[in-house]
Write a protein that binds this ligand. Structure first.
Ligand code: PNS
Length: 171
């Protein structure tokens, strides 16, 4: 079967990114070897409360990828599939860590495809080093004075120190 080529391959990488971690950065870098362009989308997750504002999260991600022309950053506060339709993309990129991610990711991928048939979600396995890294556990440890150096990009690390200025015992 031949498949018509419809132009450049764009993937939307949505997430809360509160804040972006080295695990996310790894997925974006590996994804950029597969896709021509990746839009990192700071999206709204009604199940979460946030430490960083949408603007702060976008700014941190832009700083990290300022030299990567194929990585764009955007935000969206509605349904993910509405953003995909607006941008003309049909691929969602997500990272998968431990088995515990599977049910949540499967549910979202099927629900998104139920809304719009031509949407596909592509998963990349988390890098081994980042298997147990999550934004939530990073925030928890940072808020209690533990060290998260090496788990997040340097700019994020600095911002976490600013968010929790008095928690400097193990840094
Ligand atoms: O990093 P997260 O919090 O696991 O990412 C979840 C996110 C933001 C991708 C998901 O909550 C989402 O798609 N939000 C946009 C609203 C939406 O479309 N919800 C229905 C998902 S099936």
């Amino acid at each position: 079967m031949t498949q018509e080529k419809t132009g450049s391959k764009i993937a939307i990488y949505p997430g809360s990114f509160d804040p972006i971690t080295n695990g996310h950065v790894d997925i974006i870098k590996r994804g950029s070897r597969i896709f021509d362009k990746i839009i990192v989308l700071v999206a709204y997750n009604p199940r979460k409360s946030f430490l960083f504002s949408v603007e702060e999260r976008c700014q941190l991600i832009r700083e990290i990828f300022k030299d990567c022309g194929c990585i764009q950053v955007d935000s969206h506060d509605g349904l993910l599939i509405d953003y995909l339709q607006k941008s003309g993309a049909s691929t969602i990129l997500r990272g998968m860590r431990a088995l515990s991610d599977f049910e949540y990711e499967f549910q979202m991928a099927l629900m998104n495809r139920r809304q719009t048939k031509n949407i596909e979600t592509v998963f990349l396995m988390s890098g081994f080093r980042w298997f147990f890294t999550s934004s939530n556990i990073i925030k928890e440890v940072a808020s209690l004075g533990g060290t998260v150096r090496g788990l997040v990009p340097d700019n994020v690390y600095q911002r976490l120190l600013e968010k929790y200025p008095n928690k400097n015992n193990r840094r």
